[in-house]
Design a protein around this ligand. Structure first.
Ligand SMILES: Cc1ncc(COP(=O)(O)O)c(C=O)c1O
Length: 383
């Protein structure tokens, strides 16, 4: 059975070039980058080369890049680090559709005494800029942390507008760019953000390696204390193979950006064929401001989990917005925040493509999906 991998927002296949670039640093080039000897300094050079590759991908200088151990760590580093540096201000402004990395962190910060304001989105998933403006009125705002591309729907936030509002109020803006970086052109300077998180495994790099852009001069406190690495911004011996891998992945992502047009066409074909051939389906989230690789389709009155299981039996990998909590399937907080009709939200399936997705995979998914839906609808109780 051929694998049809349409779950690239969860993680992507490591590019063969990435794996190859990492191998020497997992085998013979194992020196510690902090060592003074030449052997260690080869690892140091490899890290600095990776920093340049990543800086080119997002349009900043090398000194503004900090490597972390994953997207979640990057988000924690940014938000906690900015909050600590802006004491006694304790107000954190975020959105209602953040990834759990941001959402659960904010819930924890609230327990620790921060005051969190979550700006709402409309049914299309777009941030309410008027609410954001209101949230920024007080003098107690420590930072704004809002995602760029939503991991479930692919909907893009108006990042440049958010950045402009934050700048007006002199409030630092961290943008969780984990799903956007590597898929859309990024220029942090033009966007005007102060900090941006991204993770290698979302753009064909290794898992557990990520980065954080911190604008030069931004006041920030380190999250991990215990060593001078990363200019004192993250203590601990660096993950050299992972960092080499994120560098190579960044270089390839930049070269491959034009290919996202082909990915978009494949995504659009998948989406439009589903809507045409399967009754009672709809796309969740606006379709004009969206990642080129993502579609979130609601199947009326079905449970996404059941669809995924049957798809998986036939080799098709996709993802659900719903998560099983206390025995009942709850629609995802993202779809709930968008006020998507429950009968569509329960049956929300995310298909996410990559530059490795082939037309044959899309055809296979399109051949299997209608049968899966038919099978499930055949056993639905009559309303
Ligand atoms: C928007 C967003 N932020 C943060 C993360 C967390 O990244 P990681 O799983 O690498 O820690 C993800 C992962 O799915 C994400 O989609």
């Amino acid at each position: 059975m051929d694998l049809v991998y349409l779950d690239n927002n969860a993680t992507t296949k490591p590019a063969p070039e990435v794996v190859e670039s990492m191998l020497p640093y997992l085998t013979e080039l194992y020196g510690n980058p902090s060592s003074v000897h030449r052997f260690g300094q080869r690892s140091r050079q490899a890290i600095e080369e990776a920093r340049s590759q990543v800086a080119r991908l997002i349009g900043c200088s090398e000194a503004e890049i900090l490597f972390t151990g994953g997207g979640t760590e990057s988000v924690n580093t940014a938000v906690r680090g900015l909050l600590a540096a802006r004491q006694p201000r304790r107000n954190v402004v975020t959105s209602t559709v953040e990834h759990s990395a941001g959402r659960e962190l904010c819930a924890q910060l609230e327990k620790e005494g921060a005051e969190v304001v979550a700006v709402e989105v409309d049914e299309g998933g777009t941030l309410d800029l008027d609410q954001l403006r209101d949230a920024l009125r007080g003098d107690d705002v420590a930072l704004v942390s809002i995602m760029w591309a939503n991991n479930e729907t692919g909907v893009l936030s108006p990042v440049a507008e958010v950045a402009a509002l934050c700048r007006e109020r002199r409030v630092p803006f961290h943008c969780d760019g984990t799903q956007a970086v590597g898929k859309v052109p990024v220029d942090v300077a033009a966007l005007g953000v102060d900090a941006m998180s991204f993770a290698a495994h979302k753009f064909h790099g290794p898992k557990g390696t990520a980065g954080l852009f911190l604008r030069r001069g931004l006041r920030h406190r380190p999250l991990l204390i215990g060593g001078p690495q990363e200019r004192g911004r993250r203590g601990g011996t660096e993950n050299v193979p992972g960092i080499v891998g994120i560098g190579k992945a960044a270089e390839l992502a930049l070269q491959s950006l034009p290919q996202m047009q082909r990915v978009l066409q494949l995504r659009d074909r998948l989406e439009s064929r589903i809507l045409e051939t399967i009754a009672d389906t709809r796309v969740n989230g606006r379709t004009d401001q969206r990642l080129p690789n993502t579609t979130n389709v609601g199947f009326y009155q079905l449970e996404a989990e059941a669809i995924l299981l049957l798809l998986s039996e036939q080799g098709v990998c996709a993802s659900a917005g719903a998560a099983c909590s206390s025995g009942s399937l709850e629609p995802s907080p993202v779809l709930r925040a968008m006020k998507i009709d429950d009968r569509y939200a329960h049956g929300a399936v995310r298909f996410s493509l990559s530059r490795y997705t082939t037309p044959a995979e899309i055809d296979q998914a399109l051949a299997i999906l209608p049968k899966v839906v038919q099978r499930l609808r055949a056993v639905l109780p009559v309303a």
